[in-house]
Design a protein around this ligand. Structure first.
Ligand SMILES: CC(C)(COP(=O)(O)OP(=O)(O)OC[C@H]1O[C@@H](n2cnc3c(N)ncnc32)[C@H](O)[C@@H]1OP(=O)(O)O)[C@@H](O)C(=O)NCCC(=O)NCCS
Length: 155
């Protein structure tokens, strides 16, 4: 499957929101995505494919998205999700590759993110790209839901 990555526009937001709602118990709102599109240090990218449309012919051409902040020497990944019908096809990996490529090109020193300890798929994805688990934030997402701070340093 040929996957392309491009910057998100406001027209993509309904599709991004659908993926967000299918992916997280406490999803971001439309207002929060709109805000990200206006922040100068924020970037939202989407993965698209001509060959594959999730949800059996639904109109959304968007397979997944990633939101990052680039501030000073740090790229922080705030959000990444892939449509449930398009997982395990390499979409999440393509989004990570672009975020890491850009961070290196912009001379960031590190890429950081937070992940639920119970989210084994995401932790595996990040480990695959060389992220290391640096710190645990106990009950960060609520009782019994710890966060792991992960970090990829460029040397
Ligand atoms: C995490 C997520 C973005 C991965 O996206 P994806 O497109 O399915 O991932 P890819 O197909 O690119 O997989 C890349 C690698 O990630 C790891 N991975 C992905 N899904 C996995 C799973 N269910 N179990 C174990 N490892 C997994 C594997 O190492 C995989 O490489 P491999 O296919 O060679 O084994 C996706 O599962 C998702 O949207 N989850 C819900 C939202 C979420 O949890 N976001 C992260 C918040 S921190």
């Amino acid at each position: 499957m040929a996957i392309q990555i491009r910057d998100a526009t406001s027209r993509d937001l309904p599709h991004i929101l659908e993926i967000e709602r299918l992916s997280f118990p406490s999803p971001w709102t439309l207002a929060s995505f709109k805000r990200e599109l206006t922040l100068p240090f924020s970037r939202v990218i989407v993965a698209i494919s001509e060959d594959y449309t999730p949800n059996r012919g639904a109109t959304s051409p968007i397979l997944g998205f990633l939101c990052r902040w680039l501030i000073a020497d740090e790229c922080h990944i705030l959000n990444i999700a892939v449509h449930p019908d398009a997982r395990r096809l390499g979409v999440g990996a393509m989004l990570m590759i672009e975020a890491i490529r850009e961070a290196q090109a912009e001379r960031a020193e590190l890429v950081t993110l937070e992940v639920r300890r119970s989210n084994l798929a995401a932790r595996q994805l990040y480990r695959k790209f060389g992220f290391e688990e640096r710190r645990l934030k106990k009950n960060y997402y609520g009782p019994g839901e710890d966060a792991i701070i992960m970090e990829l340093r460029f040397d």
